[in-house]
Design a protein around this ligand. Structure first.
Ligand code: PLP
Length: 431
């Protein structure tokens, strides 16, 4: 039985007349897999309900933030209480202090932290700060890593070893893009070559310590350590973009998991518990340059607002209770084990993998280590799989090049139902 999405379809058509592409963030439009995106009416625990009355086990979780699941009762209660006291003051609050202390307690590399309103703002501000601190302008990013949509980070993923400054989007001035140098993920030799050529001009290397915006791609042993060594050698800063990996790869982020100490860290998603949030922080000496303690200007009307701080603090508190984070990891591993068993039984040459509470499954027999190998995946097979899962009540991110997310609200029963659905779906779509 195909899904009935008639009401979603009507809303999508109406939305397309008044919102670009009908959505407020491009991936939501389902362009990569085709079809109509279900319009969501509500979420509860690990379940999403659309306006057509369909229910789905959610592995997208608002693209990562909802590590406790939808509408966690303690988060909802804390938010209701906070809202009665006022939603924004534009003046300092104790909640912001508690949040800063919490971040610093969880991430040992962070000594001082500034809250912002999105991951994009966080990386934009961290890069400005790195440029100010070093007095240099160039930034190295990795092809296939996403750091938000500001000019410096929207640079094309090239096919050579490096791709010097070609804008990825109309509207990005070539001059802005020219300061960004793209290198293949996991290509330490490529990074070294760029430093040999431009070393004195490079302000920072920004990296997703686990790449999760081209599907899930893990750092090869030594890659992150190598970045640390090279940046130190040349006096550039190392920025870990942990917007997605913070409180997901480990409670202390990928930096705790891999034991690498970045100069600056950018955060978002989980730290806001489902409300708009971002943060950047790092070594005291560098953060001292941020206004008003220093001259690097950065501000925000709603930064550190009480609702986002409350949702974030409550989420981190619940997640930090003994056994909770470990449980989300165990559920993720159970799902990956189940999926791999199914793939083996069906003699399909693909394997799922996970790190912490993130998982991924590429439809390619190749070992995926960077964007080029990620692109060998069979995206048409993924589209068929996505729709076959959706109609069985499993909501996956609508692209082969996105990670999967687990929450504390999932249970073994839902994981096992998901594995059973995947077995049926793969049988149906394998061709
Ligand atoms: N950095 C990373 C690693 C991300 O995954 C994202 C968003 O997915 C961002 C930055 C941008 O965050 P936001 O969408 O909150 O602007």
């Amino acid at each position: 039985m195909p899904l009935d999405l008639s009401r979603s379809k009507a809303l999508f058509e109406a939305s397309q007349r008044v919102i670009p592409g009908g959505v407020n963030s491009p991936v939501r439009a389902f362009r990569a897999v085709g079809g109509t995106p279900p319009f969501i009416a509500r979420g509860s625990g690990c379940l999403l309900y659309d306006v057509d009355g369909n229910a789905y086990i959610d592995y997208c979780l608002s693209w990562g933030p909802l590590i406790l699941g939808h509408a966690h009762p303690e988060v909802v209660a804390a938010l209701q209480e906070a809202a009665t006291r006022g939603t924004s003051f534009g003046a300092p609050t104790e909640l912001e202090l508690r949040m800063a202390e919490k971040v610093i307690e969880c991430l040992p590399s962070v000594e001082v932290v500034r809250m912002v309103n999105s991951g994009t703002e966080a990386t934009m501000s961290a890069i400005r700060l790195a440029r100010a601190y070093t007095g240099r302008t160039k930034v190295i990013k990795f092809i296939g890593c996403y750091h938000g949509h500001h000019d410096a980070m929207l640079v094309r993923a090239g096919s050579g070893a490096t791709d010097l400054g070609v804008p990825d989007s109309p509207g990005v001035p070539a001059a802005a893009a020219a300061e960004t140098i793209s290198v293949h993920y996991n290509d330490l030799a490529g990074v070294e070559a760029v430093f040999r050529q431009f070393g004195e001009q490079i302000a920072a290397v920004i990296v997703e310590p686990v790449a999760a915006n081209m599907g899930l791609v893990l750092p090869e042993p030594g890659f992150l350590e190598g970045l640390r060594r090279i940046t130190r050698e040349y006096g550039a800063l190392l920025i870990f973009d942990e917007v997605l990996t913070g409180w997901r790869v480990a409670y202390g982020g990928a930096q705790a998991y891999y034991g690498v100490d970045p100069d600056l860290t950018t955060l978002g998603k989980v730290i806001g518990g489902g409300l708009p949030v971002g943060a950047y922080g790092g070594k005291r000496e560098i953060m001292a340059l941020v206004a008003p303690s220093g001259p690097v200007y950065q501000a925000g009307t709603l930064s550190g607002n009480p609702l986002a701080m409350t949702a974030g603090l409550t989420t981190l508190e619940v997640l930090g209770r003994p056994g909770n984070f470990e449980r989300v990891v165990a559920l993720t591993e159970r799902l990956v084990r189940g999926l791999n068993q199914v793939l083996e039984e069906l003699e399909l040459p693909y394997r799922a993998r996970s790190v912490g509470t993130l998982f991924g499954l590429f439809f390619t027999p190749e070992r995926v280590v960077d964007y080029a190998t990620a692109l060998t995946a069979d995206t048409r097979l993924f589209s068929r799989y996505h729709h076959a899962m959706l109609k069985r009540g499993i909501y996956l991110a609508p692209s082969q090049f996105e990670a999967g997310f687990m929450s504390l609200a999932h249970t073994e029963a839902e994981i096992d139902a998901t594995v059973a659905a995947a077995a049926e779906a793969l049988r149906e779509v394998r061709g």
